[in-house]
Design a protein around this ligand. Sequence first.
Ligand SMILES: [Fe+2]
Length: 163
Amino acid sequence: MANVEILGAKPRVESIQSGIDPAARERIADSLGEILSATYSLLVKTHVHHWNVVGPLFHSLHEMLEEQYGELFQATDLFAERIRALGFSTPVPSISVQPAAREMVAEEIVQDLIADHEATVRTMRQAALTAEDQKDIVTHDMLVGRMEWHEKIIWMLRAVITK
Ligand SMILES: [Fe+2]
């Protein structure tokens, strides 16, 4: 006898009636899965740059990046749990962006990170607009908050290398 029968568990039926069309929920969950992967990729890249940074800006960038990968890690949980709240399993994130495994000076690191932050914000902007169109204002709101953070980080990173 299968465990599920012994324990008396019943197959789960998803019936979420919170005002978002089921097809829209799936579409939004898929885009959150992509954002989860982009966030993990940026987290790994930020962490590796934190280790490999060299040069006169070592200390400030090393510390700044530590704070950033911590915040990126917290954000992954927000996206993953929002996917669950929408009624879907959270996918295993794929790390698609690999940092070069070598020492780099601040300028090179900052330019590399800014490009990824900007790409992430563009993906989030599209997903936020879709979520709003589909009446998922909770996901929309969450994405707006995350975009605000990324845009602030882009400003701070630029400021580090401005002469
Ligand atoms: Fe560290």
